[in-house]
Design a binder for this molecule. Structure first.
Ligand SMILES: [Fe+2]
Ligand SMILES: [Fe+2]
Length: 150
């Protein structure tokens, strides 16, 4: 069965592709695709994945660092959302977001996943995957129906 690592890793790959595309074409549409992938991803990690790691000795510092990196990405996403794609700062901001997210993904996969695999059982990693998928499903449903996300 799929674990939370499999799912997050697959989304990381999609996000990296979308960021590359956004940098290539500098369009707002491409940026919004990144946002639509990144928002629920970070939310889901913060809801179901990070909390089970926070209590672990070897992970608490890594997790609080991960939260900081999420916040950095969220601020950038918020700023870019308010910008016009013709703004002269646009490409620089997209590039900053790409660097920020690429860096976070690298650390998450290289450090957080590795240590998490040492403390979480296979069953737990599968259970978190289920919770994450369910959350993601309802999030995307709410996007489609235009319901509030808060
Ligand atoms: Fe992630
Ligand atoms: Fe993350």
């Amino acid at each position: 069965m799929e674990t939370i690592y499999d799912i997050l890793k697959a989304e990381h790959d999609q996000m990296a592709d979308l960021l590359q595309q956004a940098l290539r074409d500098s369009s707002k549409v491409s940026f919004l695709k990144v946002k639509l992938k990144a928002d629920p991803h970070m939310m889901g990690e913060e809801k179901f994945f990070y909390p089970v790691l926070e209590g672990e000795d070897k992970l608490s510092e890594l997790v609080s660092h991960a939260y900081e990196e999420h916040n950095e990405a969220k601020v950038l996403i918020y700023e870019i959302e308010g910008m016009d794609e013709r703004d002269e700062e646009w490409t620089a901001k997209i590039s900053e977001l790409k660097q920020s997210i690429d860096h976070h993904i690298e650390e998450e996969e290289g450090k957080v996943f590795e240590r998490a695999q040492g403390v979480l059982s296979q069953e737990k990693a599968e259970e978190i995957a289920k919770q994450y998928i369910e959350f993601k499903r309802s999030y995307m449903n709410r996007i489609e129906t235009g319901e509030s996300l808060t």
